[in-house]
Design a protein around this ligand. Structure first.
Ligand SMILES: Nc1ncnc2c1ncn2[C@@H]1O[C@H](COP(=O)(O)OP(=O)(O)OP(=O)(O)O)[C@@H](O)[C@H]1O
Ligand SMILES: [Mg+2]
Length: 288
């Protein structure tokens, strides 16, 4: 098969997704690599002939790859993940709205451009976690114990949005769930909000209840390669973050599994909800 991988500058030297490219090539597939952050891309040539079976993107916050993937989808090409599924999880405010509409367990979420605006959140919701809506890699994730601490938070970069959520009480360990084309894996990783704990990430068994939740997240958002951060809080498993095409760090045989999933998805298409099943913002009546 023929694939086009969009590789953002951020991942230029990273195992994921480059090792997946090497693995696919070794298996006899033709893989073109485009670096949208570093080269001229002739859209007419690439988008006219349908020359690839699938375009694949591991997105980076604010990177140029997503617009190109969406262009490929607009031209009728298959994309992995489905291009429509990515923005709703790149923006944590949108993620919270879609999750709430579908009854997924996620903390209540407020959004503001100026952290001072969070002062209007009633004190019974404290402590809060404040983070950039377009954040990743734990950047600028803050635990706010008291309203007076809001003044210490800076405004988000480039005029973006911040979100605030009640802190979900937990033992300092995230359950990170990874999905590659229908297969699920879990690792346990130290929460960045618990810096006193040694930083670790290791594979762990995936509880049945969390596997069901992860499958539901994939269906709701139409994602095929994705991850979610789950906290085992007082009200049960609670999702605090969803990522398209995550690192799959610590997942056994991650490169092979992701490569196999990409081939399968290029053949069968994505799990984006079929027409009639509604859009992300119109949940099935049962979910209301
Ligand atoms: N509402 C919350 N309650 C408790 N802990 C939280 C909450 N939101 C986030 N955290 C903790 O902060 C971590 C980072 O938050 P989040 O995943 O939203 O940010 P991120 O920048 O996308 O990080 P990463 O890329 O590492 O996943 C979570 O994995 C979790 O440990
Ligand atoms: Mg996260």
């Amino acid at each position: 098969m023929r694939f086009c991988f969009l590789v953002e500058e951020h991942y230029r030297h990273d195992g994921m997704p480059l090792e997946v490219v090497h693995h696919l090539r070794a298996a006899g597939h033709r893989v073109d690599v485009l670096r949208p952050g570093a080269e001229l891309i002739d859209l007419a040539r690439l988008l006219s002939g349908g020359t690839h079976d699938a375009w694949v993107l591991k997105t980076v916050s604010g990177g140029p790859g997503l617009g190109l993937l969406e262009s490929a989808a607009a031209a009728g090409l298959t994309t992995v993940n489905d291009a429509r599924a990515i923005r709703p999880v790149r923006d944590k405010a949108q993620t919270a709205v879609v999750a709430a509409l579908h009854g997924l367990p996620m903390p209540r979420t407020w959004a503001a451009a100026d952290p001072a605006a969070f002062a209007a959140i009633p004190e019974r919701h404290y402590p809060l976690v404040v983070k950039p809506a377009d954040g990743s890699s734990g950047r600028a994730v803050h635990l706010v114990e008291r309203p007076s601490q809001l003044a210490e938070l800076g405004a988000p970069e480039a005029g973006g949005l911040l979100i605030a959520q009640p802190y979900v009480a937990n033992d300092g360990l995230d359950l990170k769930v990874y999905c590659a084309g229908g297969e699920f894996f879990a690792t346990q990783r130290t929460s960045p909000l618990h810096p006193h704990r040694p930083a670790t990430e290791r594979p762990v068994p995936l509880p049945r209840e969390v596997a069901a939740l992860a499958a539901q997240v994939g269906e709701v958002f139409g994602l095929d390669l994705y991850g979610l951060d789950v906290l085992l809080g007082p009200d049960g498993p609670t999702v605090v973050d969803i990522n398209d095409f995550p690192s799959f760090r610590q997942v056994p045989r991650a490169v092979e599994r992701v490569a196999d999933a990409v081939v399968r998805l290029a053949r069968t298409g994505s799990s984006w909800p079929t027409p009639g099943a509604g859009s992300l913002l119109t949940p099935a009546p049962a979910a209301r």
